[in-house]
Design a protein around this ligand. Structure first.
Ligand SMILES: NC(=O)CC(=O)C(=O)O
Length: 276
C-alpha cells in the first residue's frame, strides 16, 4: 500500500510514487497499489486540469515503466482520464502486470455527490463522468476486482465481483475526514464479509493543507471481516502478506455465496406506476 501525500505538482507526485513503489518492491512486494487521485489533488478543478489520455498520457506511460522496472503488479490508484469530445473526465484506475502491460482499466462508477451541511459539500458529477463497466484483473495469484472509493458503499458491485470469481477486491479510495471515522472500517469489513474476499483500500495520506482533507487509514481486511493491516493518517508504505487459501476456507465454512437466493431476489428500480 502506497499512502502518499499528494501535492499540487504532478511531477512531484509521480517521483514520490516511484520511490515508494521501489521501496515496496525491494522489500519483496508482488503487488502494489497507489491511492485514488494520486497524481493531483482530489478537487473538481484540479482533476479536470490534470486529465490525460489513457494509455498515451504521461502518467500511464510512467506507471507502465515503473511496474516493468520493479517487476510488480501495479494497481495505479486513480487519476483523471481525458476523452476526446468530452468536457468532463473519468476517474480511472489503470492496472499493469509485471511487464508493464495494461491489464485493466476501471472508471469510477458511483459519483460522490454529497451535501453534509456545515461540513462537506461535493458534486463529483459536475466535472466527472461515471463509468459503466466492471474491471477484473487476472493475476498469477487470483482474480481481483477493481473499484474506486465511493463505489465501496454499493454492495452489489462487490457481489458481482465475487460471483465472477474474484478472491480480492481493491478499492483505491480517499474517504473524507467527515465520513471516514464512522464509515471506513464498517464498509470495508462489510464488503469483505459478504463477498468473502480480501478487501484492500488504499488512500492518500492526510494533508491538512489540502482543500480535501482525507481520512487515510489504508487497510486490508480478511474474508472473515477482520482488519489484518491498517495504516494511520501519515505518509508511508505498508506490506501485507495474504493467504488466499483462507478465502476458500472461509467460503467452505460459511458458504454465503452459495446460499444467495438469486432465484428470489434481484434489484429492480420500481417506476412510479408500480411503486406501493
Ligand atoms: N471520496 C469519495 O468518493 C467517497 C467518500 O469520501 C465517502 O463515501 O465517504
Amino acid at each position: 500500500m502506497v499512502q502518499m501525500k499528494v501535492t499540487k505538482d504532478k511531477m512531484t507526485n509521480l517521483i514520490q510514487a516511484e520511490q515508494m513503489i521501489k521501496r515496496l518492491a525491494d522489500q519483496g512486494a508482488d503487488m502494489v497499489s497507489l491511492p485514488e487521485s494520486f497524481n493531483c489533488p482530489y478537487t473538481g478543478r484540479s482533476f479536470q486540469a490534470n486529465s490525460e489520455m489513457i494509455p498515451d498520457g504521461l502518467t500511464t506511460k510512467t506507471l507502465s515503466r515503473i511496474a516493468k522496472e520493479n517487476e510488480v503488479y501495479l494497481i495505479g490508484g486513480s487519476y483523471p482520464e481525458k476523452v476526446i469530445g468530452q468536457k468532463k473526465v473519468y476517474n480511472t484506475c489503470v492496472s499493469f502486470d509485471r511487464k508493464g502491460e495494461v491489464i485493466g482499466k476501471y472508471r469510477k462508477m458511483h459519483l460522490f455527490d454529497v451535501d453534509i451541511p456545515g461540513k462537506y459539500t461535493f458534486k463529483e458529477s459536475d466535472r466527472i463522468l461515471g463509468g459503466n463497466e466492471l474491471c477484473i484483473i487476472d493475476t498469477e495469484f487470483c482474480k481481483i476486482g477493481i473499484a474506486i472509493c465511493y463505489d465501496v458503499r454499493f454492495a452489489e458491485l462487490g457481489q458481482m465481483y465475487a460471483e465472477r470469481g474474484c478472491d480480492m477486491i481493491v478499492y483505491p479510495g480517499t474517504f473524507t475526514i467527515f465520513t471516514g471515522p464512522s464509515h471506513w472500517d464498517l464498509v470495508l469489513k462489510g464488503r469483505a464479509m459478504e463477498t468473502e474476499c480480501y478487501v484492500a483500500a488504499i488512500s492518500p495520506a492526510r494533508n491538512e493543507q489540502s482543500k480535501f482533507v482525507c481520512y487515510a487509514h489504508s487497510s486490508v481486511v480478511s474474508p472473515w471481516g477482520d482488519i489484518v493491516k491498517q495504516m494511520d493518517e501519515k505518509p508511508g508504505t505498508s506490506i501485507c502478506e495474504i493467504d488466499l487459501n483462507y478465502v476458500q476456507e472461509v467460503r467452505s465454512k460459511l458458504p454465503v455465496l452459495k446460499h444467495r437466493r438469486n432465484d428470489v431476489y434481484k434489484i429492480i428500480k420500481l417506476n412510479n406506476s408500480n411503486k406501493k
